[in-house]
Ligand binder design. Structure first.
Ligand code: 3PG
Length: 209
C-alpha cells in the first residue's frame, strides 16, 4: 500500500535534502543517514545522476526515498519509475498535482503564502512544504498561518539548521522539517560518512515534538 505523506513526515524530525553529483556516493550516503536515525530522504532532481541515485538508494535497508525538486509531470513519472516513494516540489502546479495523483505517488507540495495554502487545501492537501521557509517569514509566518489555517501542517525547508530546527519543530503546525545541513556538499565530496551519520544522529535527537 502507498504510505501517506503524513506517515512519512512522522518517521523522523528531519528529512535530509540531498544533492548527489557522483553516483558512487548514493548508497553510502543513504546508509549513513539511515544509521544516524533519518530514514526518509529527499533526493533532489538537480543533478544528472539523481534518478539513478534514487534507483540505487531504494534498496538500502530501512531507507524511504523521495524525489525532490519535482517541477513537472515528466519528472514525477521519472521519479516513480526510479522507485521513489514520494515526491517533493518547491511549489505546486496543477499538472504536477494531477500527475502525482494519477501515479499514486504521494506528493509534498510547496506553499509560501495563504493563497497557495488555500489552493492546496482545495486540492485535498493538509500537509505541505513551507518553502523557502526562512526567507518567506520563518517561524513568525508559520505561527501566523496557524490561526486561520489550523488544519494545515507544514514541513518547512530552506534556510534551516541544527540550531533553528528545534524552534520550528516546537510549533503545533510543523510535522517535520527539511534541510541540507545534515549532508553538506563538501562532506559528501570528501566521503566523510561517519560525520554525516553524526549530523543525522544529532538531527534525530531534535524529536518531532
Ligand atoms: C530544499 O530544496 O528544500 C532546499 O534547497 C533546502 O534548503 P537548505 O539547503 O537551505 O536546507
Amino acid at each position: 500500500p502507498t504510505p501517506s505523506m503524513h506517515m512519512l513526515c512522522h518517521q523522523a524530525p528531519v528529512i535530509p535534502v540531498l544533492v548527489i553529483k557522483d553516483l558512487a556516493h548514493a548508497v553510502p550516503l543513504a546508509e549513513a543517514l539511515v544509521a544516524g536515525g533519518l530514514p526518509v530522504l529527499e533526493v533532489t532532481l538537480r543533478s544528472a545522476v539523481a534518478l539513478q541515485a534514487i534507483s540505487l538508494m531504494v534498496r538500502v535497508p530501512g531507507a524511504t526515498i523521495g524525489a525532490g525538486t519535482v517541477l513537472n509531470p515528466k519528472q514525477a513519472r521519472e521519479a516513480k519509475q526510479a522507485g521513489a516513494t514520494f515526491a517533493v516540489s518547491p511549489g505546486a502546479t496543477p499538472p504536477v498535482i494531477d500527475c502525482c495523483e494519477d501515479l499514486d505517488l504521494p506528493l509534498l507540495p510547496g506553499a509560501a503564502s495563504a493563497t497557495e495554502v488555500m489552493h492546496l487545501l482545495d486540492r485535498g492537501f493538509d500537509l505541505m512544504k513551507f518553502f523557502p521557509a526562512a526567507a518567506a517569514g520563518g517561524l513568525a509566518a508559520l505561527r501566523a498561518f496557524g490561526a486561520p489555517l489550523p488544519q494545515v501542517h507544514f514541513c518547512p525547508a530552506g534556510g534551516l539548521s541544527q540550531e533553528n530546527a528545534r524552534d520550528y519543530l516546537a510549533l503545533a503546525n510543523v510535522a517535520c522539517v527539511g534541510g541540507s545541513w545534515v549532508a553538506p556538499a563538501q562532506m559528501i565530496i570528501e566521503e566523510r560518512w561517519g560525520e554525516i551519520r553524526q549530523l543525522a544522529h544529532q538531527a534525530r535527537q531534535l524529536g518531532n515534538h
